[in-house]
Write a protein that binds this ligand. Structure first.
Ligand code: PBG
Length: 308
């Protein structure tokens, strides 16, 4: 029996696809899983500002086309990079157990954010990270930083930055965890929707693949994503929007932290909601309503994003 995984060619994407392959083959003796690597528009355009070239969908479109044409059966994604809506005929079928969701501070010279001197240069292109960083430390200079993880670390090592911010999970997956000097408390520096969770997409009607994926699915990750993505959907959710959201599951309870920030850090709107895990999506929706009422609507409108 054969199953094909469509994957991007970046080291992180390949690690994630290999991880899913290993998990699937362990769960299903006799199953043979192969990787179908492909370059996406997003990979080709890594040097240009993503917002200008069409957003995060660029990293998944080619993979989705391959599944729709049956050149592949599943695609493995960092959920952080997956748009709110999937194309007709495709579904997110399984979310794996989450890795550490926090943002990490990486520097060769400074032990953490508090150790950075006035005016230090920090690299990140994420509006979410910029907004929270500038709100905490208005004195810092924030500079754009793009590329795969390896490229970003190389630019740090070439002394273009005093420090850079990256996802803890990506660094750990690639065996680069020792480069992390500090990981920010998720309640204080709120992670991206889905950060640290690997999701698997497949064809909607493909019962065989759904059955193969079932043993990999983690209910807590599914609840976390239901809450975070419901909130994000109401906030025009995309990665070029300064929106953060992180749900914590504690038994049958779910707590969701949400944040919308002006990219210059001049305003941060934070809200929190708690309720039964079973109500995850409704909690996300309700939190978005609160954020919008507290000023998120104005911040988003200033960025050209209109929400209902
Ligand atoms: N935007 C790129 C991206 N997509 C997912 C991760 C990290 C892994 C994860 O969140 O699961 C990263 C790297 C980063 O933000 O530093």
């Amino acid at each position: 029996m054969l199953l094909k995984i469509a994957t991007r060619e970046s080291p992180l994407a390949l690690w994630q696809a290999e991880h899913v392959k290993a998990r699937l083959e362990a769960a299903h003796p006799g199953l043979d899983v192969s990787l179908v690597p492909m370059t996406t528009r997003g990979d080709q355009l890594l040097s240009s500002p993503l917002a200008a070239v069409g957003g995060k969908g660029l990293f998944v479109k080619e993979l989705e086309q391959a599944m729709l044409e049956s050149r592949a059966d599943i695609a493995v994604h960092s959920m952080k990079d997956v748009p709110a809506q999937q194309p007709d005929g495709l579904v997110l079928a399984a979310f794996m157990t989450g890795e550490d969701p926090r943002d990490a501070f990486v520097s060769n010279r400074f032990a953490g954010l508090d150790a950075l001197p006035d005016g230090a240069v920090v690299g990140t292109s994420s509006l979410r990270r910029q907004a929270q960083l500038r709100a905490m430390r208005p004195d810092l200079t924030v500079r754009d930083l793009r590329g795969n993880l390896g490229t970003r670390l190389r630019k740090l090592d070439e002394n273009h930055y005093d420090a850079i911010l990256l996802a803890h999970a990506g660094l750990v997956r690639l065996g680069l965890g020792e480069r992390i000097r500090e990981s920010f408390d998720a309640a204080r520096f709120v992670p991206a929707i889905g950060q640290g969770i690997i999701g698997i997409e497949c064809r909607d009607g493909d019962a065989r693949t759904h059955a193969l994926l079932a043993p990999l699915a983690d209910a807590a990750s599914a609840a976390r994503l239901a809450a975070e993505r419901a909130m994000n959907a109401r906030l025009g959710g995309a990665c070029q929007v300064p929106v953060a959201g992180h749900a914590y599951i504690d038994g049958t309870r779910l707590r969701l932290d949400g944040l919308v920030g002006a990219p210059d850090g001049s305003r941060l709107i934070r809200e929190q909601i708690e309720g039964p895990v079973a109500d995850a999506a409704a909690l996300g929706d309700a939190l978005a309503t609160r954020l919008l009422a507290q000023g998120a609507r104005d911040i988003l409108a200033a960025l050209g994003i209109t929400v209902t």
